[in-house]
Unconditional design. Structure first.
Length: 216
């Protein structure tokens, strides 16, 4: 069975993806965590966890990738931190994770980004501008990293129950999508190898996730 390292596994998307991978037939989740205190949740799920900070050196992050076949980056500095953390986690931490994956020969990398990241014209009036900048340049680095990537750019995230359906063709800037469905899209691209070297923008919609991703 292949192993997927979930960076940011203790976040809302990360926890949902951990459960989905654990229930899958082909993938085993491995949780990368920032603190030892976060391990209990994953121990209860009987999921392997590895504690490592994205603010450490690349060589340290590489240690978390032993035996790993794919990486899913779901980490984020969070809304209550300053611009310094946005740079050190969402940009520098992401790039170091890519470097670590490349150094370890882990070729598959799935990045959870955000809608509007690729549209600089929308940043100026947004309080999230520093976040978009960090995500934009992390995404660009990934595209040029030589890794087999998929960049997921979901709409506004909600905690509603997932529907298992999305839209990739009529994604409007302010439309939302449940975090559970974001996790399901990440699982889909890992399980079936769809959307390699692609960017997927999506919101909630009417098309089954496997059909929507397969049609890209």
């Amino acid at each position: 069975m292949k192993k997927a390292l979930i960076i940011g596994a203790n976040g809302k998307i990360g926890r949902k993806l951990t459960k989905k991978l654990k229930d899958s037939s082909g993938w085993e989740p491995v949780a990368m965590l920032r603190k030892e205190s976060q391990r209990d949740y994953f121990n209860d799920l009987k999921v392997d966890s590895r504690v490592q900070s994205l603010e450490e050196e690349t060589s340290h992050i590489s240690e978390a990738m032993n035996g790993i076949d794919a990486v899913v980056f779901t980490a984020g500095s969070g809304p209550d931190t300053g611009y310094d953390k946005t740079l050190s986690v969402d940009l520098d931490g992401a790039v170091k994770a890519m470097e670590a994956a490349r150094d370890k020969g882990v070729n598959r990398f799935v990045m959870v980004s955000a809608m509007n990241t690729g549209k600089k014209s929308t940043w100026e009036d947004s309080e999230m501008k520093p976040y978009y900048i960090a995500k934009y340049y992390a995404d660009e680095w990934l595209k040029n990293s030589g890794l087999t990537y998929t960049i997921l750019r979901p709409g506004r995230l909600t905690d509603q129950e997932g529907t298992g359906k999305i839209s990739t063709t009529n994604a409007a800037d302010q439309e939302s999508v449940p975090r559970e469905d974001v996790a399901a899209v990440a699982l889909e691209v890992l399980e079936n190898g769809h959307a390699a070297d692609r960017v997927i923008e999506f919101t909630q919609g009417d098309t089954l996730i496997n059909e929507a991703v397969r049609s890209l």
